[in-house]
Design a protein around this ligand. Structure first.
Ligand code: C2E
Ligand code: CA
Ligand code: CA
Length: 837
């Protein structure tokens, strides 16, 4: 009679089923014995994983093995199988641990972290407990040991009892609590990072019971979810939130709020209808409510949740993805679902102050979220440093104890009434949301005006400035910008702001002029200026405007500050930047009467014959490219004998003027020419730079501050702008880095191939004068265009090398070299080479 048998006994293991076990155990308990018994709940942890790896049959074998062991274990007096991997038993309290330990030692993958383990919870039998009640408590104790504990068993003791009773209370008394008003809707402010103002609040449930005092959400939310009652709580919280919003609104305070919805809300009721109903009852507009759904809910996404979210979305609610980065994260969570805000889990922020990696992760997360055209809100901000960090990486919103804990409706109302003039209006929200789209990390912005993510001004220091009438203020800036301001412009952003507020400051006028031009034309504007001895270029681009204020993205770059060259990345970026500024740079040596092109972007300007003097070149250039009307003025401008006098008269560091010159498209256009005196090794030299003119009005009256540019710095900076192969070394002649071009040239796969190596290490000993040159450079001199030759991929090539010292705080810390390939190697008797070939 197999059917009968199966209902008594489990067919796989032969163990009794639950009912049979219960009646058997009860009989033992009734007999009474000197033993103090415990009800035991056990479960095979990681059975699913084991079956995936080893197959169903292997899994069944383990289950059978355990069943046999349980049956034969002398400590266990009754046992039953509850489901595939779980068992119930009756055993003396003091022998449970021993029994579980013994069985675990027999399991096949014993010892591995994700290996099979039989874990159990047990509860001592008492007169006031039925076996079922004891089993429920044993199961509860099992839950405790299952999560993260290396032990196999856990006794349901006094500590668990307290928690258990509180949880049981929660489940049994939810309806009473709602009826008695024990559920509260607390509010925690959310701060707009750009302004520091409250922009919204998050509603968080609180439960204050007469019997047990305060319950925290971590106690009751999971329990209500487990018992599928969570929708009742959430319905009440939404009702309270709407009611509170209405009370505030009647006082003229309109602060949007967010509510937390559980995944189960979407299964257990029509949560959309519930929310809408309460909003209607209290006249809450849809733009005042946002919905938070956790990442974990989404990760186990079911269609009810997805369609539910979609209904909210289509009704115009903003959607927040909660707890992003708390563990389940994959970017796929965001794919195809339209969220507005991603809430970064507070675990991400925890390590930010002490851990560089954590900073990178948060910065990347913010940047990545922006690229998806969403905003970021960081939770759990507890310190000023954390807040400043979020500001620097461009996180839009922040929430945490640093600003405020969740507080009662009464408390938040008090605060909101006190700050009523400071609340964000819907227009503020539109404006700041738009600014929030700017990615301060790389200066890109996602569709501000529906435009696809556009590359903005390069990867450099960025700030967002606000212009109101004639005043210019900084809304935010990235870390690179702050560093830059402090090292090159002013002691701090505050000082820069102060300068920008000076009516007479020419910088302020340039900013305002370019800003308005950027707004009108919709194109980024760039202008040059000199400050604190640095030659600088500023880019300004319009972002958004609202009610008499306009926001701009500002980028500042330094042409001259290349003493920080030991950072390879910085050099690369600087090169890229200089390419964009100038079309052509020449070094004119008056003492030597030589002329040298350093950088050329427009092939047609390359008109020169070898051996020409600066004067020859100027005249030739003038006749070929300058419009006849401007030729006289051009020659006067380039009169090298009077440059210094003219500069001194102007009180500036260089001369600049605009001439009508043939541009690349064969038309005469305004071009800016600059002459910057530099003095090197006693030679009188001028850097001649030319570029397209974009802000003619400004540049015609071009004048810098009276500061002197440090010549070495300037020259090394300009020389860096080159098609040349660039490398760098420390003061022991070891390579610190090189540009891609250099690596390509020699066929190195990566910079690692040369890092830390000297020329000898690399077998480059052909040019005996190179080490001598390097010594000179390290003593603070420059060597320019020294001839030599090199073996490149088994081919001898002639090269010219320039080397300049890298200065840091007055000391030479290394050198930077620029190398030009002149062609195949030609043996020359008089050449300097003393190679070993
Ligand atoms: P959550 O949505 O991630 O809420 C943020 C939690 O972090 C809140 O805990 C808040 O009090 C806490 N918190 C805020 N700032 C800081 C901080 O600076 N440091 C630290 N350490 N903690 C901070 P709370 O109120 O205990 O809520 C816990 C979770 O319970 C919430 O996490 C949310 O998932 C859930 N919850 C709360 N209210 C409701 C509700 O009405 N419905 C549903 N379904 N879930 C809710
Ligand atoms: Ca939340
Ligand atoms: Ca959260």
């Amino acid at each position: 009679m197999p059917v009968f048998k199966r209902s008594q006994q489990d067919s796989l293991t032969g163990l009794p089923t639950r009912d049979v076990f219960v009646s058997k155990a009860n009989k033992i308990l009734l007999r009474g014995s000197s033993n103090e018994y415990a009800a035991v709940y056990m479960r095979l942890v990681n059975l699913g994983m084991y079956i995936v790896r080893h197959g169903r049959k292997a899994g069944e074998e383990v289950v059978v093995l355990i069943a046999t062991q349980l049956r034969e274990n002398p400590a266990i007096e009754a046992v039953g199988r509850l489901s595939s991997g779980s068992f119930a038993a009756l055993a003396p309290v003091n022998r449970v641990e021993e029994a579980l330990g013994a069985i675990n030692h027999l399991l096949p993958t014993f010892g591995e972290t994700d290996g099979l383990m039989l874990k159990g919870g047990y509860c001592a039998m008492r007169n006031d407990l039925t076996l079922d009640e004891a089993m429920a408590r044993a199961h509860y104790a099992y839950e405790d040991v299952r999560i993260g504990s290396p032990a196999y068993s856990r006794l349901f003791d006094q500590g668990l009892e307290t928690v258990y009773n509180r949880r049981a209370y929660v489940v049994e008394h939810l309806n009473d609590a709602i009826a008695r008003g024990e559920i509260r809707a607390y509010a925690q402010p959310i701060i707009r990072v750009l302004t520091g103002q409250i922009c919204e609040v998050e509603i968080l449930a609180r439960w204050k019971s007469d019997e047990f005092g305060f319950f925290c959400p971590d106690e009751f939310i999971p329990e209500l979810e487990r018992h599928r009652l969570i929708h009742q709580l959430d319905g009440e919280v939404v009702r309270l939130a709407c009611k509170q919003w209405k009370e505030a609104s009647d006082l003229g305070i309109n602060v949007p709020f967010g509510i937390n919805l559980s995944r189960l809300d979407f299964e257990l009721c029509d949560i959309f209808a519930v929310v809408i109903e309460h909003m209607r009852a209290y006249d809450v507009p849809v733009d005042q409510v946002h919905i938070e759904v956790t990442e974990s809910a989404l990760a186990q996404s079911n269609s009810l949740l997805l369609t539910g979210i979609d209904r909210f979305r289509r009704a115009g609610f903003e959607l927040y993805l909660d707890d992003f980065g708390s563990g389940y994260s994959t970017l796929q969570v965001l794919e195809g679902k339209s969220f507005d805000v991603v809430k970064l889990d507070m675990s991400l922020l925890r390590e930010v102050e002490s851990n560089e990696r954590a900073r990178v992760i948060v910065a990347d997360a913010v940047s990545m979220v922006k690229r998806l055209n969403l905003q970021t809100l960081c939770e759990g901000v507890e310190t000023e440093d954390q807040f400043l960090f979020l500001k620097a990486v461009g996180c839009e919103k922040a929430q945490g104890y640093y600003f405020s804990r969740p507080v009662s409706h009464e408390e938040i109302m008090e605060h909101l009434e006190d700050t009523i003039d400071l609340h964000e209006t819907p227009e503020d929200k539109r404006y700041y949301d738009s600014l929030g789209k700017i990615n301060l990390i790389d200066g890109t912005r996602s569709s501000v005006h529906g435009v696809e993510a556009a590359h903005f001004l390069g990867t450099q220091p960025f700030a967002i400035v606000e212009v109101r009438g004639q005043s210019v203020t900084f809304l935010s800036s990235n870390a690179a910008f702050n560093r830059f301001v402090e090292s090159s412009l002013a002691r701090s952003i505050e000082e820069l702001v102060h300068r920008l507020s000076d009516d007479l400051s020419s910088l302020r006028n340039k900013v305002l002029f370019s800003a308005s031009k950027a707004r009108v034309t919709g194109e980024a504007q760039r202008f040059d200026f000199v400050m604190e001895g640095n030659f600088l270029s500023m880019g300004i681009s319009y972002v958004e405007g609202s009610e008499g204020r306009e926001a701009y993205l500002m980028e500042i770059l330094s042409v001259t500050k290349y003493s920080q060259f030991n950072d390879f990345k910085l050099l690369e970026e600087s090169l890229r930047f200089l390419y964009t500024i100038f079309k052509r740079i020449d070094l004119l040596d008056v003492t030597d009467r030589t002329w040298r092109n350093i950088y050329l972007n427009v092939p047609r300007y390359n008109a020169l014959r070898a051996g020409a003097t600066p004067q020859d070149e100027i005249v030739a250039f003038c006749e070929t490219f300058i419009h006849p009307d401007d030729r006289r003025r051009f020659l006067e401008f380039y009169d090298l004998t009077t440059v210094e006098r003219r500069i001194a008269k102007q009180g500036s560091v260089h001369l600049a003027d605009v001439f009508f010159a043939l541009s690349d498209n064969d038309r005469y256009e305004d071009q800016l020419f600059m002459l910057i005196p530099v003095s090197m090794g006693g030679h009188k030299q001028f850097l001649s730079c030319m570029r397209d003119l974009d802000i003619s009005g400004l540049t015609r009256q071009y004048s810098g501050s009276s500061e002197r540019i440090s010549d070495e710095v300037l020259l090394s900076g300009i020389l860096a702008v080159t098609e040349r192969l660039v490398f760098w070394k420390d003061d022991k002649g070891r390579f610190l880095g090189a540009n891609e071009r250099f690596l390509d040239y020699y066929g190195f796969l990566s910079v690692e191939c040369i890092l830390g190596k000297t020329d000898e290490d690399l077998g480059w000993t052909r040019n005996a004068h190179f080490p001598v040159d390097e010594k000179k450079v390290l003593a603070g001199k420059q060597v320019l265009d020294v001839e030599g030759y090199t073996c490149r991929r088994e081919e001898l090539r002639d090269i010219r090398v320039s080397k300049m010292p890298l200065w840091n705080e007055g000391k030479v810390i290394g050198l930077v070299g620029f190398l030009v390939d002149v062609g195949p190697h030609v043996s020359k008797k008089d050449s300097k080479e003393t190679g070993d070939e």
